[in-house]
Design a protein around this ligand. Structure first.
Ligand SMILES: [Zn+2]
Length: 129
């Protein structure tokens, strides 16, 4: 019997179905630009796809593990503020809302991305005041 297809809206708040948005990147690691990689990494946090997050992290800044299953953060929404591509580097500014042990919080980050051998990686982020 074929596996039932569950159609969910993509967690990255694009308004698209997951299968038409971040899922292909989660399956192939092939996000075509830094904004889409950023969105797919947010979705990966929501869905607990630790391996995807580590695989799309720049080797210089990649943590050894994330332990998402022990993380009490409950991600609520993503808003991409700006996206500045520049050859093999790019920045994406976003605001992600989440709940941490019942407390509503907001993460405002400008993330740096780098492309190596055709693949985009998350490097690190700065937090504007
Ligand atoms: Zn998405």
């Amino acid at each position: 019997m074929p596996k039932p297809v569950i159609k969910i809206t993509c967690p990255c708040c694009s308004g698209l179905l997951y299968q038409d948005c971040c899922e292909p990147y989660h399956l192939s690691l092939g996000a075509p630009n830094a904004e889409k990689l950023m969105r797919s990494r947010y979705s990966a946090y929501v869905l607990g796809l630790e391996e995807y997050l580590l695989d799309t992290w720049h080797p210089n800044t990649r943590p050894k593990y994330l332990k998402l299953s022990n993380d009490p953060t409950q991600w609520l929404s993503l808003e991409v503020r700006s996206f500045e591509p520049n050859d093999d580097q790019a920045t994406v500014e976003f605001i992600a809302k989440y709940r941490d042990r019942g407390q509503a919080e907001k993460l405002h980050e400008i993330s740096q991305f780098r492309r190596i051998a055709g693949r985009w990686y998350y490097v690190d982020g700065i937090y504007p005041k």
